[in-house]
Write a new protein. Structure first.
Length: 135
């Protein structure tokens, strides 16, 4: 979804290597399990597009990269794949840091490209707020 876009936006800035350690694109459930050690039972219980999975992705990305912060997104860009409780346009954005992991559920009903742009912007906004205000 927006994972590659997040890394692309960061690395387009000169000096990005001073703050960007790694990026993980774990699109399939098995990739989430294999690359970031997400518990398969968590995915089975809550679904890949869920707050617990978003939190786990961010926490494990932070651990794997040995970074101060890690962002994670998981969502349904559409046009298919939505459910009654998680329609197309649903996304969870998580930020893992040294003291806590926070996550938020957002809804961006739009075309795929717009959805990805909005998802990436929401992830950066979560990180920006944390860095500026600590909240």
């Amino acid at each position: 979804m927006s994972k590659k876009l997040l890394a692309n936006r960061i690395t387009n800035v000169p000096g990005a290597s001073n703050v960007f350690v790694a990026g993980y694109v774990c699109y399939a459930n098995q990739a989430k399990i294999d690359m970031l050690d997400v518990d398969p039972k968590l995915i089975e219980k809550h679904g890949a597009v869920s707050e617990p999975v978003a939190r786990a992705l961010a926490e494990h990305a932070r651990t794997c990269a040995r970074s101060t912060y890690a962002l994670a997104t998981t969502g349904i860009a559409g046009p298919t794949g939505g459910f009654h409780d998680k329609p197309v346009g649903t996304i969870y954005v998580a930020l893992a840091g040294p003291d806590e992991t926070m996550a938020t559920k957002l809804f961006f009903p739009s075309d795929r490209e717009t959805f990805k742009q909005l998802a990436a912007q929401a992830a950066f906004e979560l990180l920006r707020r944390k860095l500026i205000t600590g909240a």
